[in-house]
Write a protein that binds this ligand. Structure first.
Ligand code: ZN
Length: 104
């Protein structure tokens, strides 16, 4: 069950975050509210999208093949991942791929 989970979408050089806020159409789609941060013109809007479960479960990075959607129980779990991911180590991307391969 993915409802109420915190998400991070890995776009290889960057990422975006959001939260799964509901189910649509008997679990085939999840409603995702994305966190959008505009540096120059902050906005309170959180655009929502219905995302197919196949996209969440199966979408792979075109650059490195790792899974794009990372799913977390809490916002602090996700922040810990972001902190680790952004550590300036040339090895961190490799480790990240190994972990995501093992997990599935
Ligand atoms: Zn990648």
């Amino acid at each position: 069950m993915l409802d109420r989970k915190y998400i991070l979408i890995d776009q290889h050089e960057s990422y975006c975050t959001g939260k799964i806020i509901g189910r649509v159409n008997e679990d085939h789609y999840y409603l995702v509210a994305f966190d959008i941060h505009y540096e120059k013109d902050p906005t309170p809007l959180r655009p929502q999208e219905a995302v197919a479960v196949e996209e969440i479960a199966g979408s792979l990075c075109e650059e490195c093949g790792s899974r794009r959607w990372k799913i977390f129980d809490t916002a602090s779990d996700r922040q810990a991942w972001i902190d680790w991911m952004e550590k300036p180590s040339p090895e961190s991307k490799k480790v990240l791929d190994l972990v995501s391969t093992k997990r599935h």
